[in-house]
Design a protein. Structure first.
Length: 358
């Protein structure tokens, strides 16, 4: 994954942008500027939660990239509650924002909010999650099915196609939880049918994940793999393994292979120490950068179409009225090897945002 810095013009002139819509630019609805200069666009950003390292990293990146784009930001935090998100969006609209960036964790219940924004002609850009229904200007997301596939391939190869693994799921009310779960299960069934998968719904809650992992290990002490669908489960998983004498180095026969999702700095450190074995690096920095870039593009009247972009991703049409920019999210391992045909990058690779957070 290449992390390239773009000037403002390049950030908004991605391949896939229709030539007819790329000329000119509108004036923003908020912010100052010198007399006679276009006002800065006012963009509302709702943070989905602030109780995980991944989302706290995203929160740190938002003002940085907002400043690079020359945008004024109004921010709220819905704390993983859809009713709070609805109220926050209404508040942002009342403050005059001309575009909204949000990451709804309940991808079914967000539809009425999207409809209200569409009626008011306020473009919405969704980060990390895709709505089950409703339109948005753009979804900025990585391929979450690929997350489950990559975790499956890694564990399947490490277990040599036999044994038991626990999948600590997120929330199946979220498209992310469903995508990761379905892809992991399908990959295991097709490629490693001798591996038994215990799927445990944890609702993106670390305490719930730890309790369910402990219960499965009590009944199945021969479990040899854990797939955490997010780093929300990291601390609890390691604590449970430590309590049972299973937090040992990879060369120890008692080692339980652990794959996570997110790519936060702590995961990279844990791969280096041998406490976990892999993660999928979800690009917190690029989520912030491109979500804000698309929001500004929408305010400026630009449009996009499916195809390759100039930032190593692909815009796909999910359905009529909904495009998704699928950003790169590599498998990260200790050795940078290839597992079941899936290449990985080493944990200390400088292209990983988790190695560049400051």
């Amino acid at each position: 994954m290449k992390h390239r810095r773009f000037a403002l013009a390049a950030a908004l002139a991605m391949s896939g942008c229709l030539a007819a819509a790329c000329g000119g630019g509108g004036t923003g609805g908020g912010g100052g500027g010198e007399k006679g200069a276009p006002a800065k666009p006012l963009i509302g950003v709702d943070y989905p939660r602030s109780d995980t390292d991944f989302w706290n990293s995203y929160i740190r990146y938002v003002p940085r990239f907002g400043g690079e784009l020359g945008a004024d930001l109004k921010t709220t935090n819905s704390q993983n509650d859809i009713s709070t998100l609805t109220a926050n969006v209404q508040s942002l609209v009342g403050q005059g924002v001309r575009g909204i960036v949000m990451a709804p964790q309940d991808t079914a219940a967000v539809a009425p909010t999207l409809q209200q924004l569409e009626t008011k002609k306020i473009p919405a850009v969704l980060v990390d999650t895709r709505p089950d229904q409703g339109n948005a200007f753009m979804v900025v997301r990585a391929d979450n099915r690929a997350y489950g596939e990559k975790a499956c391939r890694f564990l399947g190869e490490k277990l040599k196609g036999n044994g038991k693994v626990v999948m600590l799921q997120g929330d199946l009310a979220s498209i992310n939880g469903r995508d990761r779960t379905e892809a992991f299960n399908e990959c295991m069934k097709q490629n490693y049918p001798q591996i038994k998968v215990f799927g445990e719904a944890a609702n993106w809650d670390g305490a719930v994940a730890a309790q369910k992992l402990s219960t499965v290990l009590t009944a199945n002490p021969d479990v040899k793999g854990v797939y955490m669908q997010s780093s929300f489960a990291l601390a609890g998983t390691l604590q449970v393994l430590k309590q049972r004498g299973l937090l040992v180095k990879p060369e120890d026969p008692k080692h339980v292979f652990v794959v996570s999702n997110d790519g936060i700095p702590q995961e990279l450190k844990d791969i280096a120490s041998g406490d976990i074995d892999a993660t999928v690096s979800q690009p917190a920095d690029l989520y912030a950068k491109w979500a804000l870039s698309y929001a500004k593009a929408a305010i400026d009247g630009k449009t996009f179409q499916p195809g390759k972009t100039d930032h190593d991703s692909t815009i796909v049409q999910v359905r009529a009225g909904l495009l998704e920019d699928q950003l790169s999210a590599p498998l990260v391992t200790a050795d940078g090897g290839t597992y079941g045909g899936v290449p990985s990058v080493k944990h200390d690779d400088k292209s990983l945002w988790g190695n560049n957070l400051n």
